[in-house]
Design a protein around this ligand. Structure first.
Ligand code: SF4
Ligand code: SF4
Length: 300
């Protein structure tokens, strides 16, 4: 039996500002039904991988047999200085590597056995973070933490040990607020129906391998990787800048001008984004996005 208090203390030492835990069990019927309906409506766009492993996604004991408890943690990524055009979460090093390494250290520190996940397996991470009492699933479709907002990475440990105290899910505090929905330039946020990725600039500029639709180009403003408008509109966003230096933008990235972006060579792209999550869009995707953004500037 592991101690909840010890796990939370060790998580704090490793840079996770929030940590909670719950027993391993299937997700609620409501969540599973809503997720299936969301897939059936095609709201996941071309992200076919979200259709895979439905049963394992809905039941952690099928994904990782022997799992008894789930520990969820959050790590702040809010940047102090922001390089233009790029979403906050992608200013520095790739969070997959950073958070995974800390999760492995957390597993060792608490003497647990199991698996670590950072947005790389069929794990409904916001659902489990909610069940672990870290925050609630907001109308922005992200996890919201009171007085913090949503500018953090989530990670999970699926462990084979029981824990002496489990947390309870946090109540939803969105109330009558609609600010994220009002801030979304594309109508991608659909209230209780969630996010339609086909209309989300974050999806269109990162995961999408096709063209940026012509209707979306004038709505990009000067952001060519991600969007963040719903995140920044949330009245709960009061987090301080992260103390993790690895999530800070490099001086070279901060110094990029419009002309530099317009002339971005593949060689410079590789240097600028070595070890960065921006590589997910690949050089062709990023230059496609920049061109779409510049089209908007030229039209003005
Ligand atoms: S990231 Fe942008 S486009 Fe996507 S839901 Fe949020 S505000 Fe809308
Ligand atoms: S902006 Fe308002 S409605 Fe949207 S997630 Fe934040 S509190 Fe909820």
């Amino acid at each position: 039996m592991l101690s909840s208090k010890t796990i939370k203390e060790e998580a704090q030492k490793l840079g996770f500002f929030s940590c909670g835990m719950t027993s391993a069990r299937p997700v609620s019927e409501d969540y599973a039904t809503n997720f299936r309906a969301w897939l059936d409506r095609g709201c996941h766009a071309d992200m076919q991988y979200l259709e895979n492993h439905f049963d394992k996604r809905m039941d952690p004991t099928l994904l990782a047999p022997g799992t008894r408890s789930i520990v969820c943690v959050a790590m702040n990524y809010r940047p102090e200085r922001v390089a233009q055009g790029i979403a906050w979460y992608a200013q520095g090093k790739d969070y997959h590597d950073v958070v995974k390494e800390r999760l492995v250290r957390l597993m060792d520190a608490i003497g647990a056995h199991g698996r670590c996940f950072v947005d790389t397996a069929p794990v409904p991470e916001r659902y489990w973070a909610w069940q672990c009492g870290i925050g609630w699933m907001g109308r922005n479709t992200q996890l919201v933490i009171p007085h913090i907002g949503s500018a953090f990475f989530l990670g999970e440990l699926f462990i084979e040990e029981d824990i002496d105290t489990y947390d309870t899910p946090m109540d939803n505090h969105c109330g009558t607020c609609q600010r994220c929905i009002e801030a979304c330039p594309t109508g991608a946020l659909q209230g209780n129906s969630g996010l339609d990725a086909r209309r989300c600039l974050s999806y269109l500029t990162i995961e999408n391998r096709g063209d940026i639709p012509s209707w979306a180009q004038p709505l990009m403003d000067d952001t060519f990787y991600g969007c963040d408008r719903c995140l920044k509109a949330c009245p709960h966003l009061h987090s301080a800048p992260t103390s993790e230096d690895c999530f800070a933008a490099s001086e070279e990235l901060l110094g990029m001008t419009d002309a530099d972006w317009a002339d971005l060579s593949e060689e410079r792209y590789r240097t600028l984004f070595k070890g960065s999550a921006v590589k997910r869009a690949k050089y062709a995707g990023l230059t496609r996005n920049i061109q779409a953004t510049k089209n908007k500037f030229r039209a003005e």
